[in-house]
Design a protein around this ligand. Structure first.
Ligand code: KG4
Ligand code: ZN
Length: 342
């Protein structure tokens, strides 16, 4: 089965085709980052407009490569969560195409796309497992007992972890989106003289809070202004350490509480090298295994939507007549994917 996936929930336009038989992926990906940079964050109206300009030509280009629409067996798109206007662009493109071609259509949950992304490289965690979903909009610890059936174990009570990275990066004068820039700066030094708190780790539970770290960063920045390059790297290193420690502590706790032996990390912040290596080391010591997507499938892309859509379409799930998008959408409300088949 060849499934087209369209992603437009935020500032990436992703168009991809996934073949369930060969595992082959064809894709086009366009990032709007340059458009939003001067505003220091994603401007929803600009995002929608740019998706309108880019999505259809990218789709035509990809269809040319794969040999036209005849080879498609189904169409998947991101139905939510995300920016309403941005989501509507991808949703309407997918719906128009499905209607015109009379093909099965399904709206995919963006975070399910992230969660299943490690499987795009053929690396499937054995069920049950725990997933840490860390992106610009979400910080979730999820128990996956059955594919498609998710239980939220913990989430951020305030800022998402990617948001905390981006806001702290901004304080350090780094360009948007600052997460990867801050990470590179943090990795450029071996140690730091600063120490940030590890929020909510000294009490039971699996929820997170990251807004305090941003405030702690602001206090340190104010005290030490003007910042030279060494000082900025010092602060970035201490901040990243605190975030990674906090995530690691909660992940280990989630594995302990559930008794599961596999952890998936996914979402944009899952690209963080320090997070990956810390988790890898601690999981190995605990006899557990870490799964993560290839770097190119960590941040938003169409392939993860095509893949998650394919799993559900293979089970006969469609939502042909749906006409809304979901800016907010609970992972827990999704129906299970009966059997894997891929
Ligand atoms: O999943 P994603 O591409 O988009 C959302 O669905 O939000 O995640 C984007 C987020 C941004 O906050 C970005 O700064 C962060 O992921 N990010 C990183 C790294 N790469 C991307 N944060 C820390 N370290 C990284 N290497
Ligand atoms: Zn995302």
């Amino acid at each position: 089965m060849k499934v087209l996936g369209i992603e437009s929930s935020c500032d990436e336009t992703g168009i991809a085709v996934y073949d369930t038989e060969s595992g082959q992926i064809w894709q086009r990906l366009y990032s709007q980052i340059e458009k939003h940079r001067e505003y220091g964050g994603v401007v929803p109206e600009l995002a929608s407009r740019d998706h309108v300009v880019k999505a259809a030509p990218m789709l035509v280009d990809l269809l040319e490569e794969i040999g036209g629409t005849d080879v498609l067996d189904g169409i998947a798109y991101t139905r939510g969560p995300g920016l309403t206007g941005a989501l509507m662009v991808g949703a309407n493109l997918a719906r128009g195409l499905a209607f015109a071609l009379d093909k099965p259509l399904l709206g995919v949950h963006h975070m399910e796309g992230h969660l299943l992304a490690p499987m795009l490289s053929g690396d499937s965690p054995s069920l049950p497992f725990v997933a840490l979903l860390v992106s610009g909009g979400h910080t979730l610890l999820v128990e996956v007992l059955e594919l498609g059936s998710y239980r939220i174990l913990g989430e951020s009570l305030d800022d998402a972890v990617g948001e905390a990275f981006d806001k702290t990066a901004k304080l350090l004068g780094l360009p948007y989106p600052g997460g990867p820039e801050l990470a590179a700066l943090a990795d450029s030094v071996q140690a730091s003289s600063f120490k940030f708190p590890r929020p909510m780790t000294n009490r039971p539970g699996l929820d997170f809070s990251f807004s305090g770290l941003k405030t702690a960063a602001l206090t340190i920045v104010r005290k030490n202004e003007p910042l030279d390059a060494d000082l900025r790297a010092d602060i970035a290193h201490a901040f990243q350490d605190a975030v990674v420690d906090t995530l690691r502590i909660k992940c280990m706790r989630a594995l302990e509480q559930t008794g599961h032996r596999s952890l998936v990390i996914a979402g944009g912040v899952g690209a963080n090298r320090h997070l990956r290596s810390e988790l890898q080391q601690h999981l190995e010591e605990a006899g557990a295994r870490l799964y993560f997507p290839a770097l190119e499938y960590c941040t938003d892309n169409g392939a993860m939507i095509a893949f998650a859509g394919a799993l559900r379409l293979l089970q006969g799930q469609t939502d042909q007549d749906v006409s809304d998008v979901k800016a907010r959408w609970s992972l827990e409300s999704l129906p299970a994917i009966a059997a894997m088949g891929v």
